[in-house]
Design a protein around this ligand. Structure first.
Ligand code: SF4
Ligand code: SF4
Length: 361
């Protein structure tokens, strides 16, 4: 599965490069309809952010969806997207327009009506965060949140079974944390018994101010594009060995897990160890997604792929995101991005590009 993820990435990049030559036919759109959330996870980097100005209304979303390129892939995230106004209509409309949609959520607002929409209209992928068994998850996210999420996921799987549908594919995203890594092997095993088709995404935290989901900058000159990944871990040598054992244990069992960010080269376990020791020593491979990928915020602001730079607002483009790629202003921003190598720091930790160990200068 990990190899498959790498190939999908490589193919998407090749396609992105080629399709940019004929006008952005394949388009990856990240939606952040809100930055708000009903929870306050200690590692969350969006919870103190707020969208400024008026949010897009139902008719504005409709105009925008009508004008999306045919093969748009949509990744909905937040904050917590399911607390955004109009979110059900938005998801339903995207699915009715046959877009390939994935939704990332904390799982608490997956109500019966929404689950029915996701199954019958065939959401492609549902990613739900779990930090460990009840005592760990509830400690981080609040009383009974684990039980509520599991109850919602059980209901989802029941509706899929009744509807004889395999959609949406369920991925559980688990952040690797100092208090959960020793029990993750058993926890993942329990999840796989409960949800046999589940995919496990093991997330290595990163902290990069250049990343989307924050107040948007007005220029590449801002300090945040030079700071890189400032995440620090405090694993002892023995704890690092336990993390490596977890990886090899899961691999031996043929578990369907993958790590984010992911690393180039065959010795993945050694790279994970190095990342946990020195997160900033990894840099992403050249990435061309900004040619075909934008993030749209609930207030209409637009940024390149998922970087925290404001390009403009979709209202200025008459709700047609295709116009952004042809805009001289955007093309000049991209030229600066690549010519001044902003990506070396700004992209550190991004889960969309493979990372490699930086050569010493
Ligand atoms: S559930 Fe997600 S968006 Fe909400 S506080 Fe936690 S990490 Fe942030
Ligand atoms: S943030 Fe960087 S690595 Fe991530 S998609 Fe954008 S250009 Fe690619």
């Amino acid at each position: 599965m990990f190899i498959k993820a790498k190939w999908i990435h490589a193919l998407f990049h090749l396609h992105a490069k080629l399709s940019s030559l004929w006008g952005g036919e394949l388009f990856l759109l990240r939606l952040r309809p809100t930055l708000q959330c009903q929870l306050h996870c200690p590692f969350c980097y969006t919870q103190n952010e707020k969208l400024e100005g008026s949010l897009l209304n139902k008719s504005e979303w409709e105009q925008l969806i009508e004008k999306l390129p045919r093969k748009t892939v949509v990744d909905i995230t937040g904050g917590e997207p399911l607390v955004a106004p109009e979110i059900k209509n938005l998801i339903l409309s995207l699915l009715k327009h046959e877009k390939k949609v994935s939704l990332m959520t904390n799982g608490l607002n997956l109500d019966d009506e929404l689950i029915k929409i996701l199954v019958t209209q065939q959401l492609y992928s549902l990613l739900v965060s779990l930090d460990g068994p009840a005592h760990i998850h509830n400690d981080l996210r609040g009383d009974k949140t684990f039980e509520k999420v599991i109850e919602r996921l059980d209901h989802l799987e029941k509706i899929k079974k009744i509807s004889k549908s395999s959609w949406p594919k369920l991925t559980l995203k688990i952040n690797l944390l100092p208090n959960n890594f020793t029990i993750l092997a058993d926890f993942i095993s329990d999840l796989e018994k409960r949800y046999p088709e589940v995919q496990i995404n093991l997330n290595l935290l990163f902290d990069n101010g250049a990343r989307g989901g924050r107040r948007l900058a007005s220029s590449w000159a801002e300090e945040r594009f030079k700071s890189g990944n400032t995440q620090r871990f405090a694993f002892s040598p023995q704890e690092l060995e336990s993390v490596l054992k977890l990886d090899s244990h899961l691999k031996k069992k043929g578990k369907s897990h993958f790590w984010r960010p992911y690393f180039e080269g065959s010795k993945e376990h050694l790279q994970i160890k190095k990342y946990l020791e020195h997160p900033a020593s990894f840099v992403p491979r050249s990435c061309f997604l900004p040619f075909n990928s934008l993030t749209l915020y609930g207030n209409g602001d637009i940024s390149p792929c998922d970087l925290s730079l404001k390009i403009g607002n979709v209202r200025e483009y008459n709700y047609d995101l295709r116009k952004v790629f042809k805009d001289a202003h955007y093309q000049s921003l991209l030229k600066d991005f690549y010519q001044t190598n902003i990506q070396e720091k700004a992209c550190q930790g991004c889960c969309l590009a493979p990372h490699r160990l930086k050569l010493r200068s």
